[in-house]
Design a protein around this ligand. Structure first.
Ligand code: HEC
Length: 145
């Protein structure tokens, strides 16, 4: 094969590769689909987002949240909320209302840093009930830094 054709081939391959790398992706770590959380048995919360976790300390919410967490958050934040370093260790998330506020911002807005989706938004994907259940679980395993 002539050298000029080889060069063309290489350029073509590079363009393909760049195209694939630039394609918009909603998920930073592979195309894992978010899982809705079954919140049967928890008091419904309505449309408006609560400022504070309405289920704090509720054992049923904690159990539901554990499962919701493992299906949706563990692949980045670590199984049993013990981070392997890919994403912050949520055991250190502040307890109470302040932690609730930061939690709400991140689960609703996700984390887009320098145009890269480091964490997807879960708004409209997991219900408010499901997200507060996950927050209840995270707070139940809180450890001080
Ligand atoms: C694709 C990976 C990924 C998934 C899935 C993910 N997160 Fe995150 N999350 C991150 C990263 C990365 C950050 C740190 C962003 C930054 O640098 O501020 C973060 C930050 C957070 C924070 C703020 C922590 C802090 O100390 O600032 C909270 C709260 C949080 N995530 C909750 C969740 C919950 C709850 C879920 C599941 C419903 C979840 N995340 C799913 C990657 C992920």
């Amino acid at each position: 094969m002539k050298a000029s054709r080889l060069v063309l081939l290489a350029v073509g391959a590079a363009a393909l590769f760049a195209g694939a790398a630039l394609a918009p992706r909603a998920w930073a770590h592979g195309d894992v689909q978010p899982q809705p959380v079954n919140t049967d048995g928890l008091a419904p919360l309505g449309e408006e987002w609560k400022e504070e976790n309405p289920y704090r300390g509720d054992p049923k919410a904690i159990a539901i949240g554990a499962s919701g967490y493992n299906q949706n958050c563990a692949r980045c934040h670590g199984l049993e909320v013990i981070s392997g370093g890919l994403a912050p260790d949520l055991r250190h998330l502040e307890k109470g209302k302040e932690g609730d506020e930061w939690f709400s911002q991140r689960v609703q807005g996700g984390a887009i840093i320098n145009g890269m989706t480091k964490m997807p938004s879960f708004a409209g994907v997991i219900s408010q009930e499901g997200l507060w259940a996950i927050r209840s679980y995270i707070e139940s395993v809180h450890v001080d830094e």
